[in-house]
Ligand binder design. Structure first.
Ligand code: SIN
Length: 545
């Protein structure tokens, strides 16, 4: 098989305008917004770029909540143990320690900043449970609108600050480097007004990637469709090291809205099971009863696999989530948005069981970074879902992602003292081609077919062959569709090749031809770089802690 040639730099028109700020933040979820505030605390000017509008994105869609050891009887140590167990042997323990120890204070600071969480009858933050947690430690807001409330509070702070300039509808294309190979800005395309329209350059003393996930590489996802893996793809093109992309978490309970439904699908939060709902087969039997001691609240990968296997066994396209015992008050107060999504498709969860399926939800891997966002490229930081700090291992513990975005973005400030002055980007030759935007559907179809929830060598090889053919379908007309298709093809190739290489099943990576976890051979991470358009993967044994 010829090795696939990927695009090392996006074809785009020459920048028609330039803008400067001390720190350029890309993404407006919890990680990007908090990073902007961290930079402002250091009195640095910020340019905040977002692909859609400020308040959209995965954070705003987050239902369940944010995990932190806030309750009586809980402790960072117990949160640490649960995170490691969900991560199936691949968590970076030092990073997890930072996350769980700093988590409670970070959530309290979020409350001080204006985020309003739901309270219990004693006036304390109400805590619920989700899969893999042995304690109630998920703080939530507006019932099932936690992300929207966090986003509201952070956006209010950011827009009130005149030193934060915001560009919406801004798709970042590539990173710019100075003569010392330090990242000193980005090229971007803005659908804007006046001078700031079309392709331009944003120059800064630091660039922070907080672009979110890559769920749109699959046919069905809980992510917004702007989640095309842009941050991972552009960091790869610039020479950064990426890891753990084979670990894409499938959420077990996504509302089944019909066999032909594609794109973003409505999530039914794990918190619904936290409040007592249970999964049932289409014959009405309890699905999780004999599968894991934590039953419906087992770690997410275990539940997703059980749902998937049952769908194959029964020949029915879904299983049921039975929340009929929760009662009207819980549905109305805790899950008003989920209730409304179900009713929109004619299901009343108060009296009827909800048909659910797994769908792509969260990328545990990304750009390698430390717990304050530093990557292996000077001047480049990565935070949130596009980053890989090692806290999630092979399977992220529910509701640890908002926490990670928050904690790491706050800790970014330690790198913002004494940034070097702005430097000039070197000019690089623009290559002629991009992936043709019209093949996006074929990319998502082949990724889902061969590299979806369950994988094997035959399917992964077929997907790689298909992606290699698709990599030849190029265009020399730059457009948003072709920039996104190029990013999708890049991340799909990485995750498919990494999934083929990892010959075991672990966490959210499930190989039907290697059904067992293999600690002898695979206590390793798969790292990768893009060198002259070729993916170079290598294995890194975990350091013993
Ligand atoms: C959910 O509410 O089930 C999703 C929470 C998460 O993905 O962390």
């Amino acid at each position: 098989m010829t090795q696939m040639q990927l695009i090392q730099k996006l074809n785009s028109p020459e920048p028609g305008w330039t803008i400067n700020a001390d720190v350029i933040v890309i993404g407006s979820g919890i990680a990007g917004l908090t990073a902007a505030l961290s930079a402002r605390r250091k009195n640095l000017s910020v340019l905040l770029l977002t692909k859609d509008v400020l308040s959209t994105g995965s954070t705003s869609w987050a239902q369940g909540g944010i995990a932190a050891a806030l309750g009586p009887g809980d402790s960072p140590d117990q949160h640490f143990q649960d995170t490691l167990e969900a991560g199936a042997g691949l968590c970076d323990q030092a990073s997890v320690k930072v996350l769980v120890q700093e988590g409670p204070e970070a959530v309290r600071r979020l409350i001080d900043l204006g985020a309003t969480f739901d309270l219990d009858s004693a006036g304390n933050v109400a805590l619920t449970r989700e899969g893999g947690h042995r304690q109630d430690r998920i703080a939530h807001a507006g019932g099932d609108a936690t992300g929207a409330e966090i986003s509201r509070a952070l956006v209010a702070k950011v827009i009130a600050d005149p030193k934060v300039r915001i560009f919406e509808h801004a798709l970042v294309l590539d990173l710019l480097k100075d003569k010392n190979k330090r990242i000193c800005g980005v090229t971007l395309h803005v659908m804007g007004k006046g001078k700031i329209d079309g392709v331009g350059a944003a120059l800064g003393r630091a660039v922070v990637l907080a672009t979110g996930g890559l769920g749109a590489v699959f046919e069905q996802t809980t992510n917004p469709l702007v989640a095309t893996g842009d941050g991972v793809a552009l960091a790869l093109r610039a020479g950064a090291t990426i890891t753990d992309l084979e670990f894409v978490q499938f959420h077990p309970t996504v509302l089944w809205v019909g066999a032909n439904s594609r794109g973003s699908q409505p999530l039914i939060s794990e918190a619904v099971r936290g409040e007592g709902a249970i999964l049932r087969t289409t014959n009405g039997e309890e699905l999780m009863k004999n599968i894991h001691p934590m039953k419906d609240l087992a770690p997410r990968d275990v539940v997703a696999h059980a749902v998937h296997e049952e769908i194959i066994k029964s020949g029915k396209p879904y299983v049921y989530l039975d929340g009929t015992k929760l009662g009207e008050n819980i549905w109305l107060q805790r899950f008003p948005n989920i209730l409304s999504s179900c009713r929109k498709i004619g299901i009343d969860p108060l009296t009827e069981m909800i048909p659910v399926v797994p769908a792509a939800h969260y990328a545990s891997g990304g750009v390698i970074s430390d717990m304050s966002g530093k990557t292996d490229l000077p001047g480049l930081f990565a935070i949130g879902e596009c980053a890989s700090t090692g806290v999630h291992g092979a399977n992220r513990l529910a509701s640890n992602s908002l926490l990670e975005g928050l904690v790491v973005a706050e800790k970014l400030s330690k790198h913002l003292d004494g940034l070097p002055p702005q430097s000039e980007p070197e000019t690089e030759k623009t290559p002629p081609n991009l992936i043709d935007g019209r093949i996006r559907k074929e990319i998502t179809e082949t990724t889902t077919k061969g590299a979806g929830a369950v994988r094997n060598a035959a399917g992964l090889n077929q997907t790689i062959t298909k992606l290699t053919e698709l990599a030849l379908k190029t265009t020399n007309s730059p457009s948003t569709q072709s920039w996104e298709a190029t990013n999708l093809l890049t991340v799909s190739s990485f995750l498919t090749n990494a999934a083929l290489r990892r010959q075991e099943s672990r966490g959210s990576h499930w190989r039907s031809d290697f059904p067992k976890r293999d600690d002898e051979k695979w206590l390793k991470r798969i790292h990768g770089k893009l060198v002259e358009g070729k993916l170079e993967l290598s294995e890194k044994t975990l350091e013993k802690k």
